[in-house]
Design a protein. Structure first.
Length: 150
């Protein structure tokens, strides 16, 4: 990122993919065979949203399968391996639920694009701290713009 005149970096986040400055926020994502870059000037940010998402049915079916396997195991007349199959299915569903969990921060601009960041590696406190930095930077930027117009 080339800085504009009087621009200063405030925060780097998400493995340095997100750069917050006193003027704008930028996301650079590089994956196999693709590149994505978006920049939003702070005064154009309209909302910051945090979304937690998972496929809850996998959790419910996994727990149900584990419970059924456990009950099958403790039945005295049971001499087959149905319990083992149910336990494997249950653990597989729970692993699937864990892999589908997502934490996403969406920073929307006025009428333009949005920055969608996967922040599964960040704790809730780190996410809130990041959002606080964005809001404080926007507040300072808007105040600077309005004070210069007077």
């Amino acid at each position: 990122m080339n800085l504009l005149p009087d621009e200063e970096k405030i925060l780097l986040s998400n493995d340095n993919k997100v750069v917050l400055t006193n003027y704008r926020i930028q996301l650079n994502q590089k994956d196999w065979g693709s590149f994505y870059n978006i920049e939003i000037f702070l005064e154009n940010i309209s909302s910051v949203e945090v979304k937690y998402h998972s496929i809850i049915i996998l959790l419910l079916l996994g727990a149900l399968s584990l419970a059924a396997g456990t009950l099958e195991y403790f039945q005295e007349e049971s001499h087959n391996n149905i319990f083992a199959i149910l336990l494997m299915i249950g653990f597989g569903l729970l692993i699937g639920w864990t892999l589908t969990r997502q934490r996403v921060i969406r920073i929307s601009s006025d009428g333009g694009g949005a920055i969608n960041m996967d922040v599964h590696k960040m704790s809730k406190d780190q996410i809130q701290d990041f959002i606080d930095h964005i809001q404080l930077a926007k507040f300072r930027r808007v105040n600077l713009l309005f004070s210069s117009q007077k």
